[in-house]
Write a protein that binds this ligand. Structure first.
Ligand code: AMP
Ligand code: ZN
Length: 113
């Protein structure tokens, strides 16, 4: 989608520090890390937010969930991690291309801010 920064990252029009990539998804380091490990996992398909997920996206979203543990293992997050999706205004979503934050390598407090 035009003017979507994460579509541009997926298409390599904007550089990123890639952790994992295949034909369906991309994982790259967050520019403004909130933990010693902070990466973003995105589908290459443009989906604006969790609110925009359609029934036909079930397989793709499920695929992402099956990849999390492999990406976490590659980042040596054997002590645990947090997977976060921010949705909409109250969720403080700033990039309108669905993404999952994977954070680790520190004790993550609860509740989040
Ligand atoms: P959210 O606030 O959940 O929408 O998260 C968007 C995330 O994207 C933030 O953590 C930003 O630091 C991150 N971000 C924005 N632009 C880039 C970029 N070009 N490369 C890597 N991370 C980015
Ligand atoms: Zn996009």
């Amino acid at each position: 989608m035009a003017d979507c920064i994460f579509c541009k990252i997926a298409e390599k029009e904007i550089p990123s520090n890639v952790v994992y990539e295949d034909d369906k998804i991309l994982c790259f380091h967050d520019l403004d890390p909130q933990a010693p490990v902070h990466v973003l996992i995105i589908p290459k398909k443009h989906i604006a937010s969790m609110d925009d997920v359609q029934p036909e996206d079930q397989e793709l979203l499920g695929y992402i969930m099956t990849k999390v543990k492999d990406i976490a293992a590659s980042l040596e997050l054997e002590n645990g991690y947090r997977l976060v999706n921010n949705c909409g205004e109250d969720g403080m979503q700033t990039v309108q291309h669905i993404h999952f934050h994977l954070l680790g390598k520190r004790k993550l407090t609860w509740p989040p801010g």
